[in-house]
Design a protein around this ligand. Structure first.
Ligand code: IMP
Ligand code: MG
Length: 182
């Protein structure tokens, strides 16, 4: 396995290996398994495209309770910078009133995207809305809303791999990469 990749002419090196990702995903899945074990109606996992698709796929295979999945899409990033403006490209087109929703995100950075998503889902009158993110950058987070399920905290570095992209490239990488020191 190569420890370095080049994406759009920029060098990245491994920061979090695949087995560590699997370990933290398993840990967050265990918490969900215990919290949602006796849920009356199956909760709905709302996967935020595109970045969270790989996390969702691995997460749900570790879940032991009935659940549904659906997908939403927003965009706020260009290159390695958040634009601060969130656009919703794909919403929910069925009734989620009274349902338990769990947003599945790849990474919560400033929190702008997740804040927008929680407000949007709350407007659909669900019973509950929780957030389950693979990565969280607590130093960059600008909101008070607690993030209930977080697999791993990281610093403010830009990462790529395991669903996360650098201008659409690198999502297929099994490990998480960070911009390499020259
Ligand atoms: P926020 O709105 O600032 O919290 O940014 C959240 C979104 O930006 C995530 O859903 C990602 O799509 C993207 N993002 C934030 N940090 C990174 C990163 O380090 N690598 C790749 N995408 C990121
Ligand atoms: Mg995202």
């Amino acid at each position: 396995m190569s420890q370095r990749v080049t994406l759009h002419g920029r060098d990245f090196e491994v920061m979090i290996p695949a087995d560590k990702i699997d370990e933290v995903v398993a840990r967050v899945a265990e918490r969900l398994n215990s919290d949602y074990a006796s849920c009356e109606r199956p909760p709905i996992f709302v996967c935020v495209l595109s970045g969270a698709y790989m996390f969702l796929a691995d997460l749900v295979r570790k879940l032991t309770f009935d659940h549904e999945i659906t997908f939403v899409q927003i965009s706020s990033y260009e290159g390695t910078q958040s634009t601060g403006v969130v656009r919703r490209k794909l919403g929910i087109d069925f009734d989620v009133e009274g349902r338990d929703l769990i947003i599945v995100e790849d990474i919560v950075d400033t929190g702008t995207s997740i804040d927008h998503m929680v407000d949007y889902l709350q407007s659909l009158a669900p019973r509950s809305v929780e957030v389950c993110t693979l990565f969280f950058k607590p130093d960059n987070y600008r909101y008070d809303r607690p993030i209930k399920y977080c697999a791993m905290n990281i610093g403010n570095e830009f990462i790529v791999g395991y669903g996360l992209d650098y201008d659409q490239l690198g999502r297929n990488l099994k490990d998480i990469y960070v911009i390499a020191n020259e």
